[in-house]
Structure formats: C-alpha cells, structure tokens
Design a binder for this molecule. Structure first.
Ligand code: RB5
Length: 142
C-alpha cells in the first residue's frame, strides 16, 4: 500500500501518479488534497507519515509546489526518511543507501513523464542491506 498526499501545488501531478498506480494495480490511499484550493502542505506530510509509521503503508509519496516544504516537514517526523528526487539516479540511490520510505516531488518542477519513471525506480529498488548503510541510518535515527 502506498500513501499519497499533496497540497494544491502538487495536486495535478498527484492525479497523474494515482492514474499510474491504478494502471500498475498498486494499492494506494489518497490522503488529499482533493482539489486545487490553497491548502497547507504540512497537513499532508503528517497524514502520509502517520500511515508509513503505523505500517498501514509501506511507502509514501508527497508532492507540493517545489517538494521542499513537504519533504522538510516529513523529515521532522522520527522514522521518516523522505527523499526529494527529480532524477532517476537519486531515486535508486536513496532506496539502496538511505532506505527512504517516502518519495517527494515538486509538482511545479517536474513533468509527469519523468516523475512516473522515478516512482517506478523508487518502488522497484530494494534497500541494499549493506552494514555501512544500516550503521548510517541508525545514526540518523539516534
Ligand atoms: C504553495 O504555494 C507552495 O509554497 C508549496 O506548494 C511548496 O512549494 C512549499 O514548499
């Protein structure tokens, strides 16, 4: 299960990602927002983070205008490792090295074609389980 949320700045890209998840038969929960009315990105970061931390969702996707505000917020929540990725290499590396559990985008930064390829790379790449990376992640948590 993927938890997905955005503010108004990420709403249009969220619709594209949802259509893609449906097409791939991937289960998701859309925590909002549900239209392009101005709203506050921290609310959606919290909702998605809660679902990931409770293990209701194994992965989260967050989108705001730049991806910056929503990823800053998510990363303040202990246990969340949110990666703002606008390229495929970063999406792969953050899964392998950081075991990122939330992917963030800027809906005003990236087009849907690249964003969907990044979603696929992020979802398809497992954590490396390399002891160096495990040690570094536990330093983050501590
Ligand atoms: C909303 O206008 C915008 O500030 C927000 O979507 C995001 O870009 C914040 O970091």
């Amino acid at each position: 299960m993927i938890a997905i949320g955005s503010d108004h700045g990420g709403f249009a890209l969220k619709q594209e990602i949802i259509a893609h998840l449906k097409e791939r038969g991937i289960d998701f929960a859309d925590v909002g927002c549900y239209d392009e009315q101005s709203t506050d990105y921290p609310d959606y970061a919290k909702k998605v983070a809660d679902m990931v931390l409770s293990k209701e969702a194994e992965t989260g996707i967050l989108i705001c205008g730049t991806g910056i505000g929503i990823s800053i917020t998510a990363n303040k929540i202990k246990g969340i490792r949110c990666a703002l990725c606008h390229d495929i290499f970063s999406a792969k590396a953050t899964r392998e090295h950081n075991d990122a559990n939330v992917l963030a985008f800027g809906g005003r930064i990236i087009g849907p074609g690249l964003a969907l390829a990044i979603v696929d790379e992020f979802l398809n790449t497992p954590f490396s389980n390399d002891p160096r990376h495990i040690r570094r992640i536990s330093k983050i948590e501590n």
